[in-house]
Each structure stands twice: as C-alpha cells, then as structure tokens.
Write a protein that binds this ligand. Structure first.
Ligand SMILES: [Zn+2]
Length: 188
C-alpha cells in the first residue's frame, strides 16, 4: 500500500517529522497534544526544528484525532482565527442592517461598533479583505478533509499526487507524496 510502488522515481522534499521512526514521531506528537511548546520539544537532542514541527502540524500531517488535540492544546491557527473573525464581522454587519430596517438605532450602532472592531482585528492580523480570510479558512478545511481521505486510501493519495503534478504543482505533489508514501504509525 505505498505510492512508491507506482511512482518510484519521485524525490520530494520530505517532512522532517514524518521521516522519523514511527515511535519517535508518536512521542513528539503526544507531547504536542499534551500542550508542550514547539520550542521545548525542538530543544531535545536529535529533535526536529521548531519550524519543522510547525510545518508538520499546519500542513495537515497529523491524524485527525491528534490534530484536534494539538489544536485544543495550542489554540487555533491563524487561518482559522482570521476566518472566524471575518465571519463575526459579517454577522455584525447583517445584524446592523436588520436593526436599521427595524428602526432600532441603538442596536444598529452597537452592531457597527462590533463590525468595526472585528475588521480592525483582521487588519491587525495582516488580512486586507475579510473574504480572503474566509476563503483561506475554507481551503484549510478542504485540505484537511482531502488529507484524511488520502490517508485512508492509497488510490486517492495516488490520484491526488498525479493531479497536482498534471497542474504543474510539483512542490505540492512532492509534499503529498512524501506524506502518504509510507505506512503511518499514528492513528491508523
Ligand atoms: Zn510531517
């Protein structure tokens, strides 16, 4: 059940964490799920760098149950937070419009105040358009769902790699290939 059998020539940039022996990787992921900081884990002898650990987590390499535990322990990622702020801004705007229609000036003013503060929070996070934040959050959700399916089915992983290659997205194809080209020791 490996992609390597069908595309042996591929050389991808590998995830340093995924490349570890299953036992070591499980230990690191358990520490992350328990809330130990990226910095502290990376300081252990022979451990991957903080950036490698982050990339492993944010690229969706974790099994879903571990990913949930890590998200709970470390807080939501920036993409998810921005998406939620943008949604809050939209809800505030809709509430404000409704309040105006109903002639409730006080409620409309409160809604405008909330909308302004949420948009300011987005701007502070470097997001210029709230639509960007929502699209990014949706893309992350889609990627996670796709990775979950690919993890469970080697044919899906193969098809995904081939399609990314066909689109000229070589780096992404390499990334997907390196994740699913060997048996997983976690959550499967
Ligand atoms: Zn990884």
């Amino acid at each position: 059940m490996t992609i390597a059998q069908t595309t042996p020539a591929r050389r991808g940039r590998r995830c340093d964490v995924c490349a570890l022996p299953a036992e070591t990787r499980t230990k690191l992921e358990t520490q992350l799920a328990e809330g130990m900081s990226f910095s502290r884990i990376s300081r252990a002898h022979g451990a991957p760098s903080r950036d490698s650990l982050r990339r492993h987590v944010t690229s969706g390499h974790l099994a879903p149950d571990i990913a949930d535990a890590v998200a709970r322990a470390h807080g939501l990622d920036v993409v998810a937070v921005s998406g939620r702020i943008a949604e809050a801004a939209q809800r505030a705007r809709e509430a404000g419009l409704l309040a105006l229609e109903d002639g409730d000036a006080a409620l409309a003013l409160r809604a405008i105040d909330v909308e302004t503060r949420t948009l300011a929070a987005l701007a502070a996070a470097g997001v210029e358009r709230e639509a960007d934040a929502i699209v990014a959050a949706s893309a992350m959700d889609l990627a996670r769902a796709l990775y979950t399916v690919a993890r469970a089915d080697a044919h899906v992983a193969d098809a995904l790699t081939a399609e990314l290659d066909r689109r000229g997205l070589r780096d992404l194809a390499d990334d997907v290939f390196s994740q699913f080209s060997e048996p997983k020791g976690i959550g499967s």
